[in-house]
Design a protein around this ligand. Structure first.
Ligand SMILES: C[S@@+](CC[C@H](N)C(=O)[O-])C[C@H]1O[C@@H](n2cnc3c(N)ncnc32)[C@H](O)[C@@H]1O
Ligand SMILES: Nc1nc2[nH]cc(C(=O)O)c2c(=O)[nH]1
Ligand code: SF4
Ligand SMILES: [Mg+2]
Length: 219
């Protein structure tokens, strides 16, 4: 049994917003952003979470989450799984009755994550500069309640994503395969046209919070 008042994590921010990405896009959600990441994706929009933050106990995190009127919690970062206590945090959020999603680079094993959590695994593309960090073993443990994301920077990334879809049979394996344009790098319309031309079985998404509020922290 986890001691909620003893175990702690380093937290960059906890905020309430509309989910801007993945399956629950548009739903009121509390975000818990864990500090630190061992990767350095070229396009990362959360570099402010690489350092700093504040140590909080699981109990303090739960309290802050519960101060917002949401049923959904998204645990993100930085790379959340880089902190071992991310696992008991996810479990505690599920026990508290939340619908929980986890945004992860997939650079660490995802098999110990509470099965009630929807894992959103971002397969790092060639242009992210971090493709070599993908743990493709993770693909074997994903289920229909999990999601795969590709952040596409250019045509080369698109071709690679299309090939990888097929290679790992991803549309059958997981519940959602998401194609997201790298913000202000690849025009969303261009990605839409590529997906339509090939009739790919994927869901194109744009980061809703950036359409609403721009590229700023805390939204
Ligand atoms: C900031 S990361 C944190 C979680 C984890 N480190 C990861 O990379 O999945 C959350 C999501 O935002 C995406 N993201 C970061 N910068 C982006 C950008 N400029 N355009 C589109 N998506 C971006 C990441 O690829 C990832 O899917
Ligand atoms: N509104 C909003 N939705 C999000 N979905 C995933 C996010 C993330 O940074 O992981 C995120 C974020 O930063 N803001
Ligand atoms: S893994 Fe996620 S948090 Fe880390 S650099 Fe890449 S996008 Fe940013
Ligand atoms: Mg974000």
């Amino acid at each position: 049994m986890t001691n909620l008042s003893k175990e702690s994590l380093r937290i960059s921010e906890i905020f309430y917003s509309l989910q801007g990405e993945a399956r629950e896009s548009g739903l009121p959600t509390v975000f818990v952003r864990l500090t630190g990441c061992p990767l350095r994706c070229t396009y990362c929009d959360s570099e402010y979470a690489f350092y700093g933050g504040e140590r909080m106990t699981l109990e303090q995190i739960l309290q802050q989450v519960q101060s917002h009127p949401a049923r959904h919690v998204c645990v993100t970062g930085g790379e959340p799984l880089a902190q071992p206590n991310c696992l008991p945090l996810l479990e505690a959020l599920c026990d508290a009755g939340y619908s929980v999603s986890l945004e992860t680079s997939g650079a660490m094993p995802v098999d110990q994550v509470d099965p009630r959590v929807s894992r959103v695994v971002d397969l790092k593309t060639p242009a992210s500069g971090e493709q070599h960090r993908n743990r493709m073993e993770n693909m074997q443990v994903l289920t229909r309640d999990d999601q795969i994301k590709f952040v596409i920077c250019d045509r080369g990334d698109y071709e690679w994503a299309r090939f990888t879809l097929d290679q790992y049979n991803l549309p059958e394996r997981v519940g959602e395969v998401l194609f997201s344009p790298s913000y202000e790098q690849l025009p969303a319309r261009q990605l839409a046209e590529w997906v339509l031309a090939d009739g790919l079985p994927v869901r194109m998404q744009m980061q809703l919070h950036k359409l609403l509020w721009g590229d700023i922290p805390g939204v």
